[in-house]
Design a protein around this ligand. Sequence first.
Ligand SMILES: Nc1ncnc2c1ncn2[C@@H]1O[C@H](COP(=O)(O)OP(=O)(O)OP(=O)(O)O)[C@@H](O)[C@H]1O
Ligand SMILES: [Mg+2]
Length: 265
Amino acid sequence: MKQFRPAVVQLRGVTKTYRMGKDNVVNALQGVDLDIHEGEFVAIMGPSGSGKSTLMNVVGCLDVSDTGEYILAGENVGKLSDDQLAAIRNKHVGFVFQTFNLLPRLNAIENVELPLVYGGDRKGRRERAIGALEAVGLGDRVHHRPAELSGGQQQRVAIARALLNDPAMILADEPTGNLDSRSSAEILAIFQRLNDEGKTVIMVTHEPDVAEHCKRIVRMRDGIVARDELVPRQRNAEHELREMIAAAASHVLQMPAARAASGAE
Ligand SMILES: Nc1ncnc2c1ncn2[C@@H]1O[C@H](COP(=O)(O)OP(=O)(O)OP(=O)(O)O)[C@@H](O)[C@H]1O
Ligand SMILES: [Mg+2]
């Protein structure tokens, strides 16, 4: 693939095996070769069990591979200690998960500032958390707890949290898996905006129409990259969102007229 920007992610022959007991061995990754460049927006697809989440965990330094090589932003991750791995993860990567992973007792601000709890002064932390929530359109929900927010809003809190350390790369594992189509479009619009601003976004999804909002689709099968292709026409979530809102508004406007015409009431 023709790319002039540096590769942020370079995986070479990466394998990962899970052993559960003596006889139960799962080869989750069986030799993954993959380059992802700065500013890309990549969908990872593939059947259940094909190794997508395992791959994301390795890319995000939540886990290390057994064999092979992983270079993240020029650094050979396989040679790092656990502390160094945590440091590189905090610096480079923001995570978003299907189930949001928010703490139920904390409000939106407190959830977002969690990654900063051990760093910086309290006032600065608060301001950054509020700024991150405003950036995802939740400036008016900062004191709400997760149970007081819709699924889409909870996911936006999770994105604000992922953005707090200003990582160059966002990793999202099925971020729209639990959302309706309107909320999904909102989340995709945020990822597209972040990507336009230069962030690298890698997103696992099972849904082809969600993947079409990315620039490239990598398909996993049995722990390897089976296919890797560019999206011919990237869909625009912001446009789709505007159309959905307009369609909903016109539906509401048409209701009394439609009722009168049919002689109802
Ligand atoms: N912690 C673990 N311990 C043991 N086996 C695991 C572990 N995590 C994943 N596996 C196994 O590794 C394989 C790949 O799992 P992975 O979670 O990466 O798949 P996936 O592509 O993300 O699937 P899905 O679409 O269902 O989320 C599966 O067979 C799974 O059972
Ligand atoms: Mg998974």
